[in-house]
Design a protein around this ligand. Structure first.
Ligand SMILES: *[C@@H]1O[C@H](CO)[C@@H](O)[C@H](O)[C@H]1NC(C)=O
Ligand SMILES: *[C@@H]1O[C@H](CO)[C@@H](O)[C@H](O)[C@H]1NC(C)=O
Ligand SMILES: *[C@@H]1O[C@H](CO)[C@@H](O)[C@H](O)[C@H]1NC(C)=O
Ligand SMILES: *[C@@H]1O[C@H](CO)[C@@H](O)[C@H](O)[C@H]1NC(C)=O
Length: 694
């Protein structure tokens, strides 16, 4: 693992779907495919999806890169990883042009060749000729000992040395009696013993050849002794290293990773700088220093570990980043923006003043179990690193509901928690006004206090205001339905119980009594089961989890009224129910609260007669809807059911009468019949009256 590339705020991805197994376009086809799939060729990404184990195409706003030795893949978000075994990437990796690392490594298996070095994720293998079998480079390579197959000719040939001569690791024929067993180029490591055997064999051969070499015997013996001593020292050293490594591995694997990687290459520094500049430009230029910012700054200055939780869009990331940046500038800390916590282990340098900043440390929209387990596993280790280097700081952000939905996060001590939803740190009206000022937009200044205070994510609404083509400023800030739809959609596609919690809120017409979760409310169980099925959950989340999700959503989507939960305000409920109900329509029609049915559910065919956030019933569901109306009629009060505005539409009454005509149950009980007659007369629904009289 290594540095991740961040999924920047607001860069939504659009998966494109295919029926057949899909391969990324070849280089020659890349440009055409990219133009077809996305607006601009640079926006097209074709990346490996590690979770689904296939390649997938997405469009992003801008291309992204990673340093040499890396490629970019999709694992939940977009992130950089090392190139796979046997592949390398010698230059910067760009998403606009490739789906994986650039080159396959050379195998070094031509005649006489062996591997000199396996290379890295950035470099190819190096080959050498096997001197043990008498092979030598045809052309002397740039470096005498090895050859780079991507740059030069690495062929070998069999060199015949005269008898009594050996081919040394330096590729020279040397008279055996003259060779001291030292060489500039290394011996082939796994063959030290074989080299010794080879040498001894040749020496004994020479002995048999008799006395003609006897004059030089002392020097032979001497050189053999020196050679053996060298070999012994070499082997001993090798053993010591191996034993040492084994011991370290046995104690803790993680420590080895930490120690062996804590050097930082130029690429990584470059990537950090680019990332920091982007954040600075995006967030800190016109930054408004709120009281939350001051609190975060003080906490980071005084504590080693700070976690800032707050609602989405409230400015927690920008406040936290700009505070950390302030410390970098004023106290000479080195600020690192990372998203994989493993990078702390990789890039923390002893005796350095460093701040590691992790935005959305436990998942962006929903809880990331991988990250939670990482922190649980490495808790003690991180503590040790922090103890060793008091100048190392960790600063993280986390959405409030994520912070509160996992107890684990609270138990990851020793974090100092800054809660942006607390009374002291909530955005005040004057802070919100200052934020408005910073945008220099006249239209924003005219907003009333009520509107400015409506949503926690007001800063985010302001920052996106310029993207909105619609000129109705008040409407945009009062009903930010696109914003809500996007947020809620993230819950839905991740099958998070948060979505189920909001769906329950819709079904129960904005009042969810806590009793539902406690008592043996079997009705509720049935509804949950049906909802989970409709939404495609693998299994129904337990009531306990659901309740915890309600608590976690507190002050962001819902208020805890002790015995019930309701949405923060009516506007929010209108939008939530509008966004969610299309996905749970059968459940809404079956179980939805009667007042919700009466006030909000409308036939889709009556377009123009419906208001913006109504829950629409498509034609297929008309019968189900009418069935439900009849049930409400039988159970409830006809005067209330018929007071719904849709009965004022003659078109609606015609459809309803047709339905009643076809249904066996068209007669109401006697007393209800009386009331209905009375109410129809009063409202002038003569067509209904005629049905009753039939
Ligand atoms: C990749 O696999 C996932 C799950 O198996 C599938 O939904 C998706 O369509 C596949 N994507 C492509 C481009 O084949
Ligand atoms: C990819 O984008 C970068 C930055 O926009 C650009 O420098 C590079 O030339 C692009 N590569 C290709 C293959 O288009
Ligand atoms: C290169 O990698 C192969 C396979 O992973 C391994 O067997 C071999 O010992 C390595 N060679 C060197 C010189 O590191
Ligand atoms: C042996 O080594 C000596 C000096 O160390 C050198 O002068 C001599 O030429 C060498 N003989 C051979 C055959 O390489």
């Amino acid at each position: 693992m290594h540095l991740l590339l961040l999924m920047y705020l607001g860069l939504a991805s659009f998966p494109l779907t295919y029926c057949l197994e899909f391969f990324c376009p070849s280089t020659s086809q890349w440009f055409y495919r990219a133009k077809t799939a996305c607006n601009f060729a640079d926006q097209y990404y074709c990346l490996h999806d590690d979770n689904n184990r296939n390649y997938t195409e997405i469009c992003q706003e801008t291309p992204t890169f990673d340093s040499p030795g890396h490629k970019v893949v999709i694992v939940g978000g977009i992130q950089g990883v090392d190139c796979e075994h046997d592949i390398y990437q010698p230059f910067k990796y760009w998403t606009n042009g490739s789906s994986t690392c650039a080159f396959k490594k050379t195998i070094c298996n031509a005649e006489g060749q062996i591997i000199y070095d396996n290379g890295t994720t950035k470099t190819d293998r190096q080959c050498r000729c096997d001197y043990r079998r008498g092979y030598k480079f045809i052309k002397r390579p740039k470096y005498a000992c090895y050859c780079e197959p991507s740059k030069e000719d690495c062929s070998c040939y069999k060199k015949e040395c005269p008898s009594d001569f050996v081919l040394t690791p330096d590729y020279n024929c040397v008279k055996l009696s003259n060779w001291s067993m030292t060489s500039t180029c290394s011996m082939i490591p796994d063959s030290v013993d074989r080299d010794k055997d080879r040498l001894l064999a040749q020496i004994s051969q020479m002995d048999e050849e008799g006395t003609k070499t006897s004059s030089s015997m002392p020097s032979i013996i001497l050189s053999i002794l020196i050679g053996l001593a060298n070999i012994t020292i070499f082997i001993t050293a090798l053993l010591i290293i191996l034993i040492g490594m084994g011991v370290i591995f046995q104690f803790t694997g993680a420590e080895v990773i930490w120690q062996s990687h804590n050097h930082v290459t130029q690429d990584i520094i470059e990537l950090q700088k680019k990332r920091k500049d982007e954040w600075k430009r995006e967030f800190c230029n016109e930054f408004v220093k709120t009281s939350a910012y001051s609190e975060i700054l003080v906490s980071i200055r005084n504590e080693q570990c700070v976690i800032v939780s707050g609602p989405a869009g409230s400015g927690k990331s920008s406040s936290t980043f700009c505070a950390a940046l302030n410390l970098e500038e004023t106290e000479k800390f080195d600020l690192w923006i990372i998203s994989d916590p493993g990078d702390i282990l990789k890039y923390s340098l002893p005796d350095n003043k460093q701040i590691f900043f992790i935005d959305d440390a436990f998942g962006k929209y929903t809880v990331s179990q991988t990250k939670i387990s990482w922190w649980s596993e490495h808790r003690c280790f991180i503590k040790d690193i922090l103890k060793e280097n008091k100048d190392l700081k960790l600063v993280m952000t986390c959405r409030s509901y994520i912070y509160h939905s996992e107890n684990t996060i609270e138990t990851i001590k020793p974090f100092c928690h800054v809660n942006l939803l607390s009374e002291q740190l909530k955005l005040t009206i004057s802070e919100r006004r200052t934020i408005v000022e910073s945008y220099k937009e006249e239209k924003l200044k005219s907003l009333s206090d009520d509107v400015v205070m409506l949503y926690n994510f007001f800063p985010s609404l302001c920052s996106r205001f310029h993207e909105v083509p619609n000129n109705d400023t008040v409407e945009y800030f009062t009903f930010p339905v696109n914003y809500i739809a996007e947020e809620v959609e993230h819950f839905r596609i991740s099958f998070d119980p948060f979505y189920l919690a909001l769906a329950v809120l819709v079904i129960y017409g904005n009042i969810v009594h806590t009793e539902l979760f406690k008592s043996k409310a079997t009705d509720f169980d049935g509804i949950l089961k049906h909802l989970s099925n409709t939404l495609g959950y693998k299994e129904k989340p337990s009531k306990k989890i659901l309740l915890s999700r309600f608590h976690a959503l507190k002050d962001f989507y819902v208020i805890d009224k002790t015995t019930w939960f309701e949405s923060l305000h009516e506007n929010l409920f209108l939008m939530i129910s509008h966004c969610i109900s299309p996905y749970i329509l059968p459940c809404v029609l079956l179980y939805g609260d009667s007042s919700l049915i009466k006030e909000r559910v409308r036939l889709e065919s009556h377009r123009g007669k419906i208001s913006k956030f109504d829950i629409l019933v498509p034609e297929d569901f008309t019968t189900v809807f009418f069935q439900r109306l009849v049930i409400d009629l039988e159970k409830g009060k006809p005067e209330i059911v018929f007071s719904s505005s849709q009965h004022t539409l003659p078109e609606f009454r015609r459809l309803f009468i047709t339905y009643l005509g076809n249904s066996s149950k068209k007669r109401l009980e006697e007393d209800k019949h009386q009331i209905a007659v009375h109410c129809f007369t009063k409202m002038g629904y003569n067509d209904y009256l005629r049905v009753l009289e039939d």
